[in-house]
Design a protein. Structure first.
Lengths: 130, 409
């Protein structure tokens, strides 16, 4: 039984794969997608479409800006915590994203342990509220 | 001489008096450089700088021979000549009548102007330097994201490679054991050949070296990636994007909003106590100060294993605001206390601390004309105290003189 289901949205394939690998090894069930829409579609068309514990979303994707993606994901899965990955964290970025619905942020590059710990905390929060 | 148009004789006494009593030094030299006349101020200078009569020309610029020649030949009026005596600077004008036999020198003390000029030059240099650093910073900020993106999967992958490497080596070790067992029994020629082949391959691929070096190769690569991360962060320190003017900020509010950001990191480890005093607004770059507060709060949480306490206190003293962030964490040993603000100094293990946070924080505080202090006792806890001038100027208002109790842990 997986520790939780995670959706990873990132247009950079190498990073998506690396995050997928790390979380799978940590016992999570991971769904990957290169953008928000494909991500939501992947979750909803899979088995157990309502089960989603955490969303990890890169916020510097060229096609759609970070805020829009977070807002979109929030609209589809309002109660699911969102972890944003940012390559250039300014203090202002953090306040912006957290104000717009993200639950946590990870600044790239991050250690695998930090990724797993943040996911665990968010899953715990999500499960607790349900 | 009468063709020059001198004033009437009736004024001669006044003019002589004017020259003689002029607070600026006047010297009259003949074409050979002998002194024909010194006014009182010039004599005063001679006395002041303890010059013998023969040395009086030392108060003049060093190249007067050339100046005099020009004055006498073409009637040039030389201005802005300078001489320096001890710590004082003098500016001179020189003029003569063409074809005449006399050169007149008139000077003024420009020490004050020189000082301002020096300060301006230094300021100009500093501005150029700042501009350069800001450009570097902006460049770094622009490419930080570009660098951090690939760096992020390098970091994750190195971690996996490390684990995979260990796994592969374990497998080889086990196969080695199998080989040993097999060799102990009877071997078919093919098996014998294969086993020998494996030994050859191991030698050819330098297996022992792989065993020996793989862990350190990975460790060093991971350190390298961490240093890249730290350098990019450090370069961005100089970025001035979006930073024009300072703002008047309520430090209590800054602390509260910073707390909100880091609370997810703090709340599992420590109880946070907020004691906000009645403080005036501070003229500052609030984003930078928030960076400092975030750094101190995160450090505090790292110092605590669990069930600790982090206390935030603000207070006013005269025209300064004091911010104290204390923790009941492991404390800092005295031999490290003097080094914690050094760039790249860290006691955290590789990959955990960059040693940059406090050095950048201290730079930011200095930039605000403030200061940052630390008190710590090993096993008890640490307090960081930041003093920030309000930058308001003006008369000192009566305010809360109490810091909230000196907390020496």
């Amino acid at each position: 039984m997986a520790s939780g289901r995670v959706l990873v949205v990132d247009d950079e394939q190498n990073l998506r794969k690396a995050v997928h690998r790390t979380l799978t090894k940590a016992g999570y069930d991971v769904i990957e997608a290169e953008d928000g829409e494909k991500g939501i579609a992947a979750v909803q068309s899979g088995d157990n479409p309502l089960r989603l514990d955490v969303i990890i979303c890169d916020v510097h994707m060229p096609k759609v800006g970070g805020k829009e993606v977070v807002a979109y994901l929030k609209s589809q899965f309002p109660s699911v915590p969102i972890i944003v990955l940012t390559g250039d964290p300014q203090y202002k970025d953090a306040t912006d994203f957290l104000a717009n619905g993200a639950s946590a942020y990870l600044a790239k590059p991050f250690e695998p342990a930090a990724l797993v710990k943040t996911v665990a905390k968010c899953v715990e929060k999500h499960v607790f509220h349900h | 001489m009468h063709t020059i148009g001198l004033p009437p004789e009736s004024l001669y006494l006044e003019l002589v008096t004017f020259t003689h009593l002029n607070p600026n030094p006047v010297l009259v030299l003949d074409a050979q450089g002998h002194v024909r006349y010194l006014n009182l101020a010039a004599r005063q200078m001679q006395k002041e700088f303890d010059l013998a009569d023969a040395d009086i020309l030392k108060i003049l610029p060093t190249n007067i021979a050339e100046i005099m020649r020009q004055c006498l030949e073409s009637g040039t009026q030389a201005r802005r000549l300078e001489s320096q005596l001890q710590n004082r600077w003098f500016g001179w004008s020189a003029y003569g009548v063409p074809g005449g036999q006399t050169v007149y020198f008139h000077g003024a003390d420009i020490t004050g102007y020189k000082k301002v000029e020096k300060e301006q030059n230094e300021l100009r240099l500093k501005l150029v330097q700042n501009d350069k650093m800001a450009s570097i910073g902006q460049l770094a900020a622009g490419i930080a994201h570009e660098i951090n993106n690939p760096l992020s999967f390098v970091v994750l992958n190195l971690n996996h490679i490390s684990n995979y490497g260990r796994g592969l080596l374990n497998i080889v070790e086990q196969y080695d054991k199998v080989a040993t067992l097999v060799k102990a029994g009877s071997l078919s020629p093919e098996l014998e050949a294969e086993l020998t082949g494996v030994q050859d391959t191991k030698a050819r691929e330098e297996f022992d070296e792989i065993l020996d070096e793989l862990p350190s190769l990975l460790q060093e690569s991971q350190e390298g990636a961490e240093r890249i991360r730290a350098i990019v962060l450090n370069l961005k320190e100089f970025s001035h994007t979006g930073e024009g003017a300072q703002k008047h900020a309520d430090i209590n509010r800054c602390l509260q909003s910073t707390l909100k950001i880091v609370s997810y990191e703090l709340k599992y480890k420590a109880k946070v106590i907020e004691q906000y005093g009645d403080i005036p607004e501070v003229l500052c770059y609030p984003q930078e100060l928030n960076q400092v507060f975030m750094n101190l709060l995160v450090n505090a949480s790292h110092a605590i294993k669990q069930n600790g306490e982090i206390r935030i206190v603000t207070a006013r003293r005269d025209e300064q605001v004091i911010v104290e962030i204390s923790d009941t964490g492991c404390g800092i040993p005295p031999e490290n206390l003097s080094r914690i603000f050094e760039t790249f100094f860290t006691t955290k293990e590789v990959g955990k601390g960059t040693g940059l946070g406090l050095s950048i924080s201290s730079e930011i505080v200095k930039k605000h004309q403030g200061r940052i202090e630390v008190e710590s006792t090993v096993g008890v806890g640490t307090t960081f105290r930041i003093w920030l001038p309000t930058g308001q100027g003006g008369p000192q208002a009566a305010g809360d003189q109490n810091v909230g109790g000196h907390r020496k842990l």
